[in-house]
Design a protein around this ligand. Structure first.
Ligand code: ACO
Length: 324
């Protein structure tokens, strides 16, 4: 049998870091009121990173990809598949993955984007795993990269305090041992309107609203339910139980959603990887960013069983269970 396994991880945050107080001061200049206390209490976020003007998703993806390649002891020439999960691509087309491929200085391998908003990384990882298992690829770069600061409405305090920019990457390689044990993906387009950036371009103009809109309470309710359900589904598929999970790495959107999920899975909170405090919600980048931080800090080690869980716009959700 042929499986896939993570060979290395990497991540990158743009240098500009804004604490809640920095952001509150910036918003106050426009007459928008918020506070460090409100943001921490409702979300667990203390700071986020924002890319400078002109910096794109492929720019953030590049150092993350290089770090993952280095950790795997590989060069970009050895990669035969690049998948970038993003909802803030450099362009409408070509894909961010092809632009990243060029920036890596390699040419010829398959490269495409996956768009599943905050579930993008678990979707992309599942696609790469399937392509490796089928023999269509043998060494894949799978990346989540986002510049959500580009689509934030800084006049809407209910959303602009929640998000940040960044990128996380893994190298996924063919292996005789798993690796990825099971995956489970879902979507329900009936809820498209509760979290969306509805604008587009046509006739040389932006048509509709190009900024992020969210019904936070509706998202919260849906997220808590599906994260528990999909975790159980993926454990069932893998023939494992909650007790087998060493580390839970959910999408980093809100500490209350994350802790609620851990509690429902009867997992102690010290098995929950938390980076939302320092990164904010980086959408498709949040899970690989959190994974890389956890690996480099020595928490996640070779052989540990890790549950990755994504949830976000679409509405989409999914989980991947793996032996690291
Ligand atoms: N600063 C200060 N006050 C604020 C802010 C802010 N930034 N934002 C909202 N408020 C006010 C509201 O106006 C409201 O005031 P009112 O009572 O006078 O009307 C009050 O705070 C409470 O607002 P709620 O929307 O009820 O606050 P809630 O406790 O639901 O928290 C939040 C809002 C944090 C968005 C929450 O609903 C949430 O986390 N939802 C999940 C959404 C999420 O995490 N999305 C991320 C993307 S989706 C994903 O990745 C899964």
């Amino acid at each position: 049998p042929r499986y896939s396994r993570i060979l290395g991880t990497g991540s990158y945050l743009p240098p500009k870091r804004l604490t809640n107080a920095d952001l509150a001061a910036q918003l106050a200049a426009d007459g928008i009121e918020t506070s460090d206390e409100w943001i921490i209490e409702r979300t667990g976020i203390r700071a986020r990173h924002f890319a400078d003007e002109g910096v794109t998703a492929s720019d953030l993806a590049l150092p993350a990809a290089r770090a993952a390649l280095e950790a795997a002891g590989m060069t970009a020439e050895q990669i035969d598949l690049i998948i970038v999960a993003t909802s803030t691509p450099d362009m409408i087309f070509p894909s961010t993955a092809t632009l990243l491929q060029h920036k890596l200085g390699v040419h010829g391998c398959a490269a495409f984007d996956v768009q599943a908003v905050c579930s993008g990384f678990v979707y992309a990882l599942t696609v790469a795993d399937s392509m490796i298992k089928s023999g269509a690829a043998s060494k894949a770069l799978v990346i989540g990269s986002e510049v959500f600061s580009r689509i934030l409405d800084f006049k809407d305090r209910t959303t602009c305090v929640l998000f940040g920019d960044g990128a996380g990457a893994v190298v996924l390689g063919a292996s005789k041992e798993p690796g990825i044990l099971a995956a489970d993906l879902h979507a329900d387009g009936r809820h498209a309107n509760i979290l969306c950036t509805p604008g587009t371009v046509a006739g040389g103009k932006v048509i509709g609203d190009p900024l992020l809109k969210m019904d936070g309470q509706a998202v919260f309710k849906l997220a808590v339910g599906v994260l528990e359900k999909v975790a159980r589904a993926v454990l069932d598929k893998a023939g494992r139980s909650e007790a087998d999970i060493d580390w839970l790495i959910p999408h980093q959107a809100n500490i209350r959603i994350m802790q609620g999920t851990a509690k429902k899975l009867k997992m102690p909170l010290d098995k929950l990887i938390v980076t939302v405090d320092e990164h904010g919600n980086t959408s498709a980048a949040s899970i690989p960013l959190a994974l890389d931080v956890a690996v480099r800090s020595g928490k996640v080690r070779r052989g540990d069983t890790v549950m990755l869980e994504g949830v976000g716009g679409g509405f989409t959700w999914g989980a991947v269970l793996l032996d690291f």
